[in-house]
Write a protein that binds this ligand. Structure first.
Ligand SMILES: [Zn+2]
Length: 261
């Protein structure tokens, strides 16, 4: 089994006490690579530290997350952009970036500004973008459609409908990828219904650890090894073996992030 956790924040201090165990359990679960996305300027150092400790198991992404946009957004953006430009070869994506009107609608215009800015930077640096989109699909797609060039994109933590998948593809491109995490295992979630529309060729597995633990760990701290529960659920839903799902989604990760395996 070869799994890629395409979205995990295990550089956060939630993992300070037991990162060795977390990594061992990830390897035991079949994980061969993890994508670490930094969400603000302050995450860059701890993320780099973890990557240096586990250079074969991890790759890095960085961006200014919509919910991290405050009065110091310009200063944060400068630090993140400088890091990406100076160390372009060490990064596989810009993210996570995006729009979130669930937590805070007051910074809507700023969110659009920084999202668009980072999408243009991604095109310039030839990197894909990892998009966080919550209660803001229209705004996100409008921002993407106003760009001079559409970046290659991953809609991470996707929890929409089959119709949303079709709409996203129309605007963001047919080769858009969708990251599915523990949400798919939640009782009230209808993400599984969108899986056939996404199709195995555009599916990515992720945990978003420490958040969004799959059933049966819902509500507890998430970690990469729990990806197996999400993988088992998706494989059953698509009526394929978990080995095939692992192989195909790892190939997809290799394709969108560019030779990470
Ligand atoms: Zn995340």
């Amino acid at each position: 089994m070869k799994l890629v956790d395409t979205h995990t924040h295990i550089y956060l201090n939630e993992f300070d006490g037991d990162i060795t165990g977390v990594m061992e359990r990830a390897i035991d679960a079949g994980i061969i690579k993890m994508v670490l996305p930094a969400c603000d300027a302050g995450s860059i150092k701890p993320m780099n530290d973890l990557h240096r400790a586990y250079p074969d198991l991890t790759v890095m992404a960085a961006g200014l997350h919509p919910t991290e946009i405050g009065d110091d957004a310009d200063a944060q953006m400068k630090i993140i952009e400088q890091e990406l430009r100076e160390n372009r070869d060490r990064y596989v994506a810009i993210g996570e970036i995006g729009m979130d009107l669930y937590w805070d609608k007051s910074r809507r215009d700023q969110q659009i500004h920084y999202f668009s800015y980072q999408c243009r930077l991604a095109t310039e640096l030839d990197l894909p973008v990892i998009i966080h989109c919550r209660e803001a699909l229209d705004e996100t797609l409008r921002a993407i459609s106003s760009l001079p060039k559409t970046p290659r994109s991953i809609f991470h933590s996707f929890s929409g409908t089959a119709e949303d998948v079709a709409t996203i593809r129309r605007i963001a491109g047919q080769d858009t990828y969708f990251g599915i995490n523990g949400i798919v295992t939640f009782k009230k979630s209808r993400v599984a219904e969108a899986l056939p529309q996404i199709g195995i060729e555009h599916l990515l597995l992720e945990t978003d650890a420490p958040y969004l633990s799959p059933v049966p760990f819902r509500g507890k701290r998430n970690e990469p090894s729990y990806i197996r529960h999400t993988a088992d659920f998706i494989a059953a839903s698509l009526e394929i073996s978990v080995d095939e799902l692992a192989d195909r989604t790892s190939q997809n990760a290799q394709h969108i992030f560019g030779s990470i395996l």
